[in-house]
Write a new protein. Structure first.
Length: 157
């Protein structure tokens, strides 16, 4: 492969990473201890959810199982709540006690940047910042297919 081609690929990867960073930035503005760069090198399952969303109640146990099973391999589950009122989200979370990262986007800024069209929406982002898969909705019967996608992305270098 020519050096020019390698440079073009590297620039494309950097551009995709910067795009993902720009989309994440509002999530972490209030959390100075969190640096967007901490996700580089990890596979991220980014989930947008709301307390009123029935399929979200089914996705939370699945996401916890994925974090438990693949966290050591570099998976980071980040669940982004889009409820306007945080108390609604907190009541939902009290039922599930997730051990993965939960963030709040009450103004919908991050959801808008990712062009979220339904709840829940799960996005798999590879170690290089490339959005690999997007799922709108969640059904337990689809969990095995989503897990297979996660395994494939985790296996990629």
């Amino acid at each position: 492969m020519s050096n020019l081609r390698k440079l073009a690929i590297a620039r494309g990867t950097a551009a995709r990473y910067l795009l993902v960073c720009a989309c994440f930035a509002p999530l972490f503005a209030a959390h100075a201890a969190v640096d967007v760069a901490e996700f580089r090198g990890s596979v991220v399952y980014l989930d947008f959810w709301a307390s009123w969303c029935a399929p979200c109640r089914q996705s939370f146990p699945w996401m916890q199982a994925m974090q438990d099973a693949y966290g050591a391999q570099g998976l980071r589950v980040i669940a982004v709540n889009v409820d306007q009122y945080r108390a609604d989200a907190e009541r939902f979370l009290a039922k599930f006690h997730p051990k993965f990262d939960v963030r709040f986007d009450p103004q919908g800024e991050v959801a808008a940047r990712f062009k979220i069209q339904g709840m829940p929406t799960g996005i798999i982002i590879d170690r290089h910042g490339t959005l690999r898969y997007t799922h709108i909705g969640f059904r337990p019967m689809d969990g095995a297919a989503y897990e297979d996608q996660l395994r494939r992305v985790l296996a990629d270098e």
